[in-house]
Design a protein around this ligand. Sequence first.
Ligand code: FES
Ligand code: FES
Length: 158
Amino acid sequence: MKSAIKLKVNGDDHELLVSPNNTLLEVLREKLGLTGTKQGCDLGACGACTVLVDGESRLSCIMLAVDAVGKEIITIEGIEENGHLDPLQAAFVEKGGLQCGFCTPGMILTARSILNEEARPTEETIKRKMAGNLCRCTGYKKIVEAVMTANEQTGEGA
Ligand code: FES
Ligand code: FES
């Protein structure tokens, strides 16, 4: 049986009818049209579906939509500010940290959660914390460079 819930996504409140077993990923993509969040493995193993939930990275394919009630959800569509790319988005473009782009939203949101948590993370920390985000194209080097560049340019972090 479906139930009515409210979700706050990218700053907007949405009233939605969902089934108890609907994942957050399904609701974002199929009910809200936020297809920037990618469906890869659907098993919690690739990181393509990563979003921010209360500022922390979460795999939306293994999180139930009903468990996101009362939380602040941010998808890749919601991290620009006033028409300006997030520094991480800009750095991924500048450093060539993407090829096909399928992994990129998840990579950027995982990186955002790292920079939200920690000032000046080391390269090793970035690699370790992004190990759950898989990329079949880039070889990862430019992705890590992009995250380091964004952090250096903005001085972000706790
Ligand atoms: S689609 Fe969620 S971890 Fe792969
Ligand atoms: S850029 Fe293609 S999977 Fe990462």
